[in-house]
Ligand binder design. Sequence first.
Ligand SMILES: [Zn+2]
Length: 141
Amino acid sequence: MPLSERDREELADDIIRDRRISMSTYCGSCGYNLKTLPRSYHCPECGSEYRARPPLMKGIYLPHENSPPFGEAIAVVVCVLGAGLLVVGAWNSKSTGYVATAAIFVAITLSIAVHVVVRTNRFLRTLRLGRQIARQEEDLE
Ligand SMILES: [Zn+2]
């Protein structure tokens, strides 16, 4: 639906007052370009809520968050080795203190592993969205 002259002027006023997104900014769920939409709204493509007002951005594609969780993955490997040694030691010694320490270490290892899975999923989604956005921009050129 084409915008009327009045709608275009209101849109320009909103952009000048920083109420609307003035540059290409993409939905964090589907990659839709949110340019000219209000800074806090719902994506017209997928319906996800977003807020494009720094520093509290929400639901926005942020390419700088696109780093693989290598550090956390190494921490999980180290914790698994440490937890394994503690569990074997606790099994051999039957000491209550040893078992408690092993249990705490296993719990910490599991929580870090869950964090790595969440970060890996976020990384893969951001990677996929980045490719999709690049294809969309190529199509527009
Ligand atoms: Zn969307």
